[in-house]
Design a protein around this ligand. Sequence first.
Ligand code: GDP
Ligand code: MG
Length: 177
Amino acid sequence: GKNMNQQPDYVFKIVLIGDSAVGKSQLLARFARDEFSLDSKATIGVEFQTKTMMIDHKTVKAQIWDTAGQERYRAVTSAYYRGAVGAMLVYDITKQQSFEHIARWLEELRSHADKNLVIMLIGNKTDLGSLRAVETDDAKEYAEKENLFFMETSALEATNVETAFLTVLSEIYRVVS
Ligand code: GDP
Ligand code: MG
């Protein structure tokens, strides 16, 4: 196999967006370090985390950017979106409002980012099924209409987190290779 410390064949910038408290930072912690915290503080200082993996015998380094509590509308700067080739657009399945806000996050994303951007809509916190407020079918329908990938995840239970990131990374790879 190839030495993972070498220069990667590809570096893909992925951005996490969506309302505050939907679980963006915990999805990243789960994917990058297989960690989860129930009392996560606002991310301070760290702009992104990386994870290197093999796709189709190539080394792919994912550079995943997390908002540092800038989730107010229009507060995320264009530098955050610059160069992104993928995006995880996250809502909380127990918070209807976080799903309603997806449309404006998508609009903001599309106005800043590359037109070939690969976008995954993510309904997080499926472990809280008894509190569900957003139906899977409604989100699926929205994703189809907007041409987004869609997955429901739980950062807490580590359900679909790796699959969601790998799906986006593989699709980006397919587009650029
Ligand atoms: P962010 O503001 O979008 O980055 O949200 P955080 O990642 O900081 O998470 C906000 C809160 O939701 C924290 O208390 C997390 O522990 C919690 N949380 C995140 N993901 C999940 C999940 O999948 N299930 C449950 N039950 N709680 C979660
Ligand atoms: Mg956060």
